[in-house]
Design a protein around this ligand. Structure first.
Ligand code: KE4
Length: 430
């Protein structure tokens, strides 16, 4: 039997770092990545036959668990009818209708193949629709690897960002302002001085790329007000939170707390593809009039709205739209976080956790961080020891301090109990 280590060595000879996406290489936590052979329900099995309770869920898409029968059937049937046509299909329309049905702020969507593509296109659309170049993002939020979004905060508040990646020329990020998440004073100042030049503000409403940090309600409300006041567009990156934290995404959570709240543009991915390459961006019909082939903002994709991927996404959305789905998923996720918290308390370890719907996060810290710097100041070494202690006990958590975790409908109460039991042992010995 080929071991994970042997596969990793072989992979590194032909794929940079042995992976097709950096976080999979376990570099943040150390050790050898597990090469997954198969998955079903709440579980994954690696190349050595070891079973793991899966809290990655492909980084969010697998909200039903792996191999849901209705999804599997839909994909198999669609595949028999053809993989890709490069022409419109009815199912793309059905999926667009289903997304729009659950997200009142969206009147039209464009389907694409990845969250990066969706976020990049949303930015281009915001710039084209407003005729402005400047964009605002927040430290710790990840919106995919489009050049203009690989930026860290500049030296001063109103100065422009610096690239976080080699290969991104400084002039490409010169229009990107990076502010501190949950910092009201900074967003007020930037709009006071540059509001008329800002095309959009892009945010992860619950930042799963900082593990789990909620945008505070007054912060979200104020950004919405300032965008409206200055003619900028508020972009909600719901690639991770969309259809994951609630059927209407994080925006439906905030709409309950901020009367009449709606983002201008929404970005989706992950769950809407059900594990296949599919993402989307949506907004009002008025703003979408700027997009090709109607308007001058170009955007395209060979596999956009792919017939097999749309079958996977549509079957997934049909299942999660069923009554009680999110109530059950949310309660299960809360029980997991409560169990981990109790285990940490029993071990005398500082712990702060949170969850919304099927998304959760936790920190080895006494309280929940509110921004990137505080997240990165939490106990990383303990996190890494805990990660490996859990992995050794058959529980696969996110292999990085700054990543969120995901529970699926397939996780049973026994799986949650087994996870908490493993945590008690791992925390005692770490
Ligand atoms: P993709 O291009 O990876 O499909 O989506 C980019 C993206 C955009 N916006 C948000 C909020 C996201 O979380 C992501 C991707 N999330 C990461 C997990 N932190 C995907 C995992 C990976 O990079 O391998």
């Amino acid at each position: 039997m080929t071991t994970n280590q042997a596969l990793f060595e072989r992979a590194q000879r032909v794929i940079p770092g042995g992976v097709n996406s950096p976080v999979r290489a376990f570099r943040a936590v150390g050790g050898t990545p597990r090469f997954i052979a198969r998955a079903h329900g709440a579980y994954m099995w690696d190349a050595e036959g070891t079973r793991f309770i899966d809290y990655i869920g492909s980084w969010g898409p697998m909200i039903l668990g792996h191999g849901h029968p209705a999804v599997l059937e839909a994909v198999q049937k669609a595949a028999l009818d053809g993989f890709s046509f490069g022409a419109p299909t009815e199912r793309e329309v059905e999926l667009a209708e289903e997304i729009i049905k659950h997200v009142p702020s969206v009147e039209q969507v464009r389907l694409v193949s990845s969250g990066t593509e969706a976020g990049m296109s949303a930015i281009r659309l915001a710039r084209g629709a407003t005729g402005r170049s400047k964009i605002v993002k927040f430290e710790g939020c990840y919106h995919g690897h489009a050049d203009a979004l690989l930026v860290k905060a500049g030296s001063g508040l109103a100065t422009f960002g610096h690239p976080t990646s080699a290969g991104v020329p400084p002039e490409v990020v010169q229009h990107t302002l990076v502010l501190e998440y949950n910092n009201l004073a900074q967003i007020e100042e930037v709009f006071a001085t540059q509001g008329h030049e800002i095309a959009c503000v892009m945010i992860e409403p619950i930042a799963g790329n900082m593990n789990f940090v909620r945008a505070q309600v007054p912060f979200v409300q104020r950004i919405g007000e300032l965008c409206t006041q200055h003619g900028a567009l508020f972009v909600f990156d719901e690639v991770m939170t969309g259809f994951r934290v609630a059927l209407g995404g994080a925006q439906s959570v905030y709409a309950k707390l901020i009367p009449g709240f709606k983002p201008d543009i929404s970005v989706f991915g992950k769950v809407i593809g059900g594990g296949m390459p599919l993402a989307a961006f949506g907004t009002s019909r008025k703003i979408m009039q700027h997009l090709a082939p109607l308007g001058p903002v170009y955007q395209a994709g060979t596999l956009s709205g792919n017939p097999v991927a749309t079958a996977c996404g549509l079957a997934t959305l049909k299942e999660i739209a069923k009554p009680g789905f999110y109530e059950a998923l949310g309660a299960k996720t809360q029980s997991l976080v409560a169990g981990l918290s109790a285990a940490a308390k029993a071990a005398g370890v500082p712990f702060a956790g949170d969850s919304e719907g099927g998304m959760f996060g936790f920190f080895f810290a006494s309280e929940l961080p509110q921004n990137y710097n505080v997240v990165m100041a939490t106990d990383k070494e303990r996190f890494n020891r805990f990660f490996h202690g859990m992995l050794d006990r058959g529980v696969y958590l996110a292999p990085a301090l700054y990543e969120a975790g995901f529970v699926s409908a397939a996780h049973s109460a026994d799986d949650i109990a087994a996870t908490v039991a493993a945590a008690r042992e791992a925390l005692r010995s770490a």
